[in-house]
Design a protein around this ligand. Sequence first.
Ligand code: GDP
Length: 197
Amino acid sequence: MIVKSADFVCSNTQISKLPPATKPEYAFIGRSNVGKSSLINMLTSKKGLAKTSQTPGKTQLINHFLINESWYIVDLPGYGYARISKSKKEEWNKYIRNYLEKRENLQCVFILIDSRLEPQKIDLEFCASLGERGIPFVITFTKADKQGKVKTDQNVAKFRKAMLAFFEEVPQHFITSAELQTGRDEILNFIDEVNQK
Ligand code: GDP
């Protein structure tokens, strides 16, 4: 797929104010600093579209970007901030779960995982929680340029193995680097295929 246009549509704190659910959308989520903004900018080839390195947990917004005037990329607030209060975490949970469960045009969630890390409990739990709710997702390993291919492949294999504790079949995954544009075509082709269905 060629990205001809990518435009910021709106930032929301309320589910009721999201754009009408008339176009397919794909949500991106992960721990803070996982490289979500960089990935969105890489996919759209627009450097400043999603803001990189914002202060974690400050504003919990759902950001919609319209691509080729026909589908949305949705930038969801990250999870796993060490420094936010318990009540803020619960607020996040309610708000995001509500979005993930109710948004009828949500086609697939891209769960971003830092490819440098061994499997993290919080990421595995998040995958499991989507699985339990029947929300379709794929895994996107980020920052693959930060170490050698062997290390990336080892971490990917460990993560997939850890997922087998929750899943009979492990969902599809992508290996990406925003720095090197790795995985861009694969992700856009995947979205294209889902859009055609
Ligand atoms: P977010 O908080 O998940 O939106 O993460 P950001 O996109 O702001 O990235 C966090 C940090 O990781 C920034 O300093 C980015 O430059 C860096 N980063 C993100 N993706 C990559 C990548 O693919 N390769 C490298 N080397 N650095 C990356």
